[in-house]
Ligand binder design. Structure first.
Ligand SMILES: [Zn+2]
Length: 285
């Protein structure tokens, strides 16, 4: 069996709205569409990221089973629960798989699965999360071997959170980007700062330098035209720059939302934009 990959896709899912006026203006609040990527070679496999609810973790495990491979590693790209909390369901189905992540990201992952953070995440997904979260172990080096191939982990610093990484599979000219690159989906800028946004732009430069053809974003609009790496990197760069300009010219959440919604009417999950706008510009209307 030669080197290949496949993508598990989860549609946007309803969450309670925490921003005033969203449901009236737009509709039900949702969590962004999400992906998990399986890369196989010679009967072995690597799974990159594993979603958030227990149910989607179980569905992902069943999907991996259907691919008839030995799951060797589960790699988590960055310390956000929506890429991590499905892990116990994967390990229940594949007890021999090794969950790994960049060593520097592990403390933040431990924090994500602490009781305090789990309570926050349960607010988004009441009664849907695992009661037994686990954190990955530190990856030794930056190479993850499977079959006769290997994937390389590229640390890129802060994107939508600290210690972000992407996974590069040169044999497929493929990048699995976690949250460093988004595909036609509003980018997570809640709690962002001028410094974090500048760092994210540099992270995009680092991904572009890999010159891959295909990129699977952690958050991918089901209506996105393709998985072209250059298009997604360029669009993510432009979104960050436009957000910076729109933020500079806005003094209320409504102004920022209006500017970005006008510029990006088709992007998935506008709730992400509203959530950031109310965080960055207070509750002024
Ligand atoms: Zn995410």
């Amino acid at each position: 069996m030669s080197l290949d990959f496949d993508v598990f896709v989860v549609d946007p899912k309803p969450i309670p709205s925490a921003v005033p006026g969203f449901e009236e203006a737009v509709g039900p609040a949702t969590w962004p569409p999400s992906t998990s990527t399986l890369i196989r070679d010679d009967g072995d496999a690597l799974l990159v990221d594993c979603l958030i609810t227990a149910q989607e973790g179980r569905e992902l495990a069943a999907w991996v089973k259907s691919h008839d491979c030995e799951l060797r590693f589960v790699y988590i790209t960055h310390p956000h629960a929506d890429h991590l909390l499905g892990l116990p369901e994967i390990l229940a189905a594949f007890p021999n798989a090794q969950p790994v992540a960049l060593a520097e990201s592990i403390p933040a992952m431990q924090e994500q699965i602490s009781p305090g953070y789990l309570q926050i995440w349960s607010g988004f997904f009441p009664d849907q999360l695992t009661g037994n979260p686990v954190a990955p172990a530190p990856l030794t080096g930056t190479s993850i071997p499977f079959g006769r191939s290997a994937a390389t982990v590229i640390p890129v610093g802060t994107s939508d959170t600290g210690h972000s990484t992407v996974v590069h599979v040169p044999g497929l000219s493929l990048i699995v980007s976690g949250d460093v690159v988004y595909n036609r989906t509003h980018m997570w800028l809640y709690k962002s700062t001028p410094d974090s946004r500048a760092s994210w732009a540099r992270a995009l430069d680092a991904v572009a330098a890999l010159e891959a053809d295909t990129l699977i974003a952690g958050h991918r609009n089901p209506l996105a035209p393709d998985d072209d790496a250059r298009r997604q990197i360029d669009e993510s760069r432009r979104y960050l720059a436009d957000f910076e300009t729109a933020l500079e010219h806005s003094s209320t959440p409504a102004e920022l939302i209006d500017r970005m919604s006008t510029a990006y009417p088709e992007l998935a999950n506008p709730y992400t934009l509203w959530f950031a706008a109310f965080d960055l510009l207070g509750t002024r209307t």
